[in-house]
Design a protein around this ligand. Structure first.
Ligand code: HEC
Length: 476
């Protein structure tokens, strides 16, 4: 397999629209960085990952063994990236990822902004939001914005058309502009301009037929009402330029459009978070990792190859980012697991390799269900059996040991009928003995590992739940 195919997986995560990674359709050119708009230019340094992501020594051992370096993570000596899976259309388009031709090209993606090609401002992730343009309020003369000494500048979060039908069939005329700070009460007495930097006037707001007032419904907002009268000669009416310009606001990679600080409108001005596609030294702020673990950021990756990606691969990627120096000059050196902060968050079910993985219903990657403390089959089947066993034990006659545990009813019936579960007797049940590290040695321990990696037992909590469930009578 060509390196480009293996690399696709990691880089697809940097892909910026659903259509581009589903279809490999968009050229992922290196995005431009706007002067003064680097995400994180004013980011607080905040080390460490979320506290709900404990480090796991076993996981580090297998990650360290399998993936001592970034190159090993790509080479996938345990079958990671062995294939692009069944989804050929996704993975075959090497030509559309010209910058993914070698392992070294990953280094070029370090410290880049993310979501640059998303064309819907509302879909931009907080880690990828960039600094917005500013509303400048001053009393200067038209055209003198640059030297207006008394100017006050407030970052623009987003703009919304507040009476969507009122402007039609001409153009939307009534707008709310949501700001980072509360505007002055007498905002209507100011001249208003959109600026990007102190010397960089972008667009006038106030002018013929435009009124600017404090928004009565929102504290941090101004209302912009535009009077658009079509001239008798049918020409382009004054005010229409502003309306058109407000309509185009927020397209991240269009420098001619107004830049927004909170295009997804959730109240966070994401540039202050300091996120990047790959943020050297800070995996928690690297959107690449977010796409692997946070379903809210978009469809969980990997969309394809799911069966060849694991908790250990994700840990390796996390620690690789954590190991990076600010310039990424050590990107190809050994990954420093010893200094790796806890993470990534344990929120994803990894399908695990197995002969039936692709058909077990575990791909594409899914968010983890929540394993509760209930020793019930309805808790155990989806959250333990389906998540850890179905990659091999599904598919009817094709299931490992012909034990199909792919569905809740089927699994329960098979376990009871074959005597693998003896109600009220966990110690005498083969199911339990095979998952308990204390007793499974002479048998074969489950979940069986698919590689030379050592046996990774289910977490203790899960094993105890199964024990309780059997001892309580193993009801469905
Ligand atoms: C990587 C593939 C794989 C995974 C994952 C896996 N198994 Fe297995 N399992 C097998 C194979 C192969 C056999 C048959 C050979 C053997 O017993 O080692 C088997 C056998 C078994 C048996 C014995 C069935 C019999 O009739 O003797 C049980 C019970 C079992 N597995 C339970 C589990 C449970 C529970 C899990 C999840 C916690 C699991 N397995 C995960 C591959 C797997």
């Amino acid at each position: 397999m060509q390196p480009a195919k293996r690399l696709w997986l990691v880089f697809a995560i940097g892909g910026t629209s659903v259509s581009s990674y589903l279809g490999c359709g968009a050229d992922e050119v290196a995005p431009a960085t706007f002067p003064g708009h680097e995400a994180g230019a004013d980011a607080p340094r905040d080390e460490g990952a979320s506290p709900d992501a404990p480090s796991n020594p076993d996981l580090d051992d297998s990650a360290r063994t399998l993936y001592p370096t970034l190159e090993a993570l790509y080479q996938g000596n345990q079958g990671i990236y062995r294939t692009c899976g069944p989804n050929n259309g996704v993975c075959h388009n090497d030509k559309q990822f010209p910058n993914l031709a070698s392992v070294g090209s990953v280094v070029e993606n370090i410290d880049l902004p993310c979501n640059v090609l998303r064309d819907k401002p509302g879909e931009i992730h907080n880690l990828c939001e960039r600094r917005g343009d500013f509303l400048q309020l001053d009393h200067g003369d038209a055209g003198a914005a640059a030297d207006a000494g008394d100017a006050r500048r407030i970052e623009i979060g987003y703009v919304e058309d507040i009476e969507p039908d009122a402007g039609m069939p001409v153009l939307p005329r009534h707008w709310r502009m949501v700001l980072k700070e509360t505007p002055p009460d007498d905002v209507s007495t100011f001249r208003a301009t959109i600026v990007r930097g102190p010397q960089d006037e972008v667009h006038p707001v106030t002018g013929v037929g435009v009124s600017l007032t404090v928004d009565p419904e929102k504290r941090n907002a101004v209302r912009i009402d535009i009077d658009i009268e079509i001239p008798d000669d049918g020409g382009f009416p004054p005010g229409a330029f502003l309306a058109v310009w407000l309509m185009r606001a927020g397209t991240p990679n269009d420098r001619t459009a107004m830049q927004l600080g909170d295009p997804n409108r959730d109240g966070t001005f994401g540039a202050t978070l300091g996120g990047r596609l790959v943020k050297p030294g800070d995996p928690a702020k690297s959107y690449l990792l977010t796409r692997l673990t946070d379903p809210k950021a978009g469809p969980l990756m990997p969309l394809a190859n799911c069966c060849h990606w694991s908790a250990a691969s994700a840990r390796a990627l996390w620690c690789w980012v954590a190991s990076l120096d600010p310039q990424g000059t050590n990107a190809l050196d050994a990954i420093d697991y010893a200094k790796c902060p806890p993470g990534p968050p344990d929120t994803v079910v990894y399908a695990g390799q197995g002969p039936n993985c692709e058909t077990s219903g575990l791909c594409p990657t899914r968010a983890k269900g929540v394993l509760t403390a209930d020793p019930t089959w309805s808790n155990i089947h989806p959250n333990i059996i389906q998540a850890n066993c179905a990659s091999c034990h599904s598919g009817g006659a094709a299931a490992a040991a012909q034990l199909d545990m792919g569905t809740s009813d089927g699994a329960w019936t098979a376990l009871i009928e074959r005597g693998l579960v003896v109600p009220h007797d966990a110690a005498g049940s083969l199911l339990y003995r095979k998952i308990d590290p204390a007793t499974c040695g002479p048998l074969s321990c489950m979940p069986k590992s698919t590689s030379s990696a050592s046996f990774q037992p289910l977490e203790e909590r899960a094993r105890l739940l199964i024990k309780r469930w059997i001892d309580d009578g193993a009801s469905k």
